[in-house]
Write a protein that binds this ligand. Sequence first.
Ligand code: GAL
Length: 646
Amino acid sequence: MTSSAIPTPSGMNRLWYGGDYNPEQWPREVWDDDMRLMSRAGVTVATIGVFSWARLEPRDGEYDLAWLDDLMDLLHATGVRADLATATASPPKWLIDKHPEILPVTQDGTVLSHGGRQHYRPASAAYREHATRLVRVLAERYGDHPALEAWHVNNEYGCHVSRDYSDDAAAGFRAWLAERYGTIHALNAAWGTAFWSQLYTSFDQVDPPRVTPAGTNPTQTLDFDRYSSDELRACMRAEIAVLREVTPEIPVTTNFMGFFKGLDYWTWAGDLDFVTDDHYPDPEDPEAYVLAAMTRDLMRGLGGGRPWILMEQATSAVNWRDFNAPKPAGMHRLLSLQSVARGADGIMQFQWRQSKAGSEKFHSAMVPHAGEDSRVYRETEALGAELASLSHLRGTRSEARVAMVVDWPSWWALEQDSMPARISYVEQLLRWYRALHRRGVLVDMVPAAGDLDGYDMVVVASALALSDDAVTALAAVPARGGQLVVGYQTAVLDEHAHARLGGYLGDLQQALGVWIEELWPLRSGALAGVAAGPVSEWGEHVRVRDAEVLATFSGGDLDGLPAITRRADGDGAGWYVATAPEALGELVERVLDDAGVVWSSLPAGVEAVERGGHRFVLNHSSVPVEVEVAGRSYGVPSRDAVIDQL
Ligand code: GAL
């Protein structure tokens, strides 16, 4: 266990606890009440200014910072640290009127208007210029303020507009392509433009993948996904460059959105001093805690194992689903503890005080409409006290022996049109993750080209469009004694989304001892052998070259053909799984045993995680449970937790 706490200019030794605080929505006297309630609740950090641009700069180049001075001083006097936003997520109306070309354009050509938020094109020079100008003003004014703990750059980049099809985007895309390919000839080769007469003779002819009559070029779309992630990242980097120049000692972050398809967070995380995440599990979904756990593990992975901060969650209901169930008593605490157990050094919520007006007035907050005499505020206080008692966990890390590959380009490619079947990438990850989670196994999320050396078991649930280098790195796992588990729709394509001819899989053919003759989407079927029972979604005609067949399809068109194989290589092995078995857990247990990873059998709804010498046993279910983890027994009431010092 090594320590690597979130950088802190103040030497803060508590976990972050607090939320988005928008006092500009309230009269000044409410602020004093906020301070009283924050103190009572043990709030340590408030995120401020997230949507304050119009208030901070009411007219072009005219700044009104007096209220923010007052707020920073007030927070400081209360002992609350400021996570100060750069306020660039919602451009003011004067800027849109001055530069209407800032507005983003959807794939079908609709121009999005002012009146919501995030109405800017990432590639707009005017947007970037005005945003960085504001950032400089804030950095110069507050860089030395004693309340300043961190910079919160923009907010949830890409949440509403991760793909912009404007003319600025077209120009940006062309420049990005010229950089990537060098010549139009290379682009034509990569995009396969011999197909359907799509040949280009100059970069100027290339457009974003706007709405087309039929199957848009898949590589054009994939490159546009890459470009769009990079362009938004360039917005973030432009702000960070100003902050690092003016206030080099203040750490910077931006809030991620978990498994958010729009942005390749592996390429983003390195620009930040620490990773933060916003996550809103659906209280109505009894399995939501599993995706939540996987998301926490992704955040730990994005930070290279270092602690991260849960930047937003709801204390109870959100307001943006079709039906917004409140969180029943205990759920909010449990999901918070889950984050701490999985590496979070802070638990923040959206938002501090529930809005009276605007489109989020039905979104819960730490202080609800009802005020302090309420279940939600009492839970706010109790959670603050509990987190204070866990301060010693700050900076501690956990070591996982199992890794799972997460690859955004493969996600983008898998969910394109014109594929053999509609498959959800996150569902595929979850299927494997769930089986490991039910066995109390901590999983690190890693990039496809990441360092896999420390792991005894590497799971590639699916990674459709990998480069040769990434495939070769994965293929090396069994030879060095690791267990490599590969699921279907892996390395079927290369990074340009071209088919890998001669049986797909590339170098993995050798490591797995198999090749694929034919892809065979399968709505339902059955297996005989390991993980016997029903299967769904997928099948294949797998040809075995040099592997043991552990399970075959049983019945149907694929009857008797291999479905699960294993090729031993010394202590290591390459496992291939060509379908989605319901009894995946049985297979996972075998691989864990071979990897020498200790596991426990946990009942549904329960998770067990260790961090900093503590074992968190969390019961998300609505019934009490008795569980045994690594030789210790725990009785955990429904929707409750046991934190056991080891
Ligand atoms: C996030 C956003 C917050 C708030 C919240 C509501 O997407 O960053 O500003 O809108 O959702 O759930």
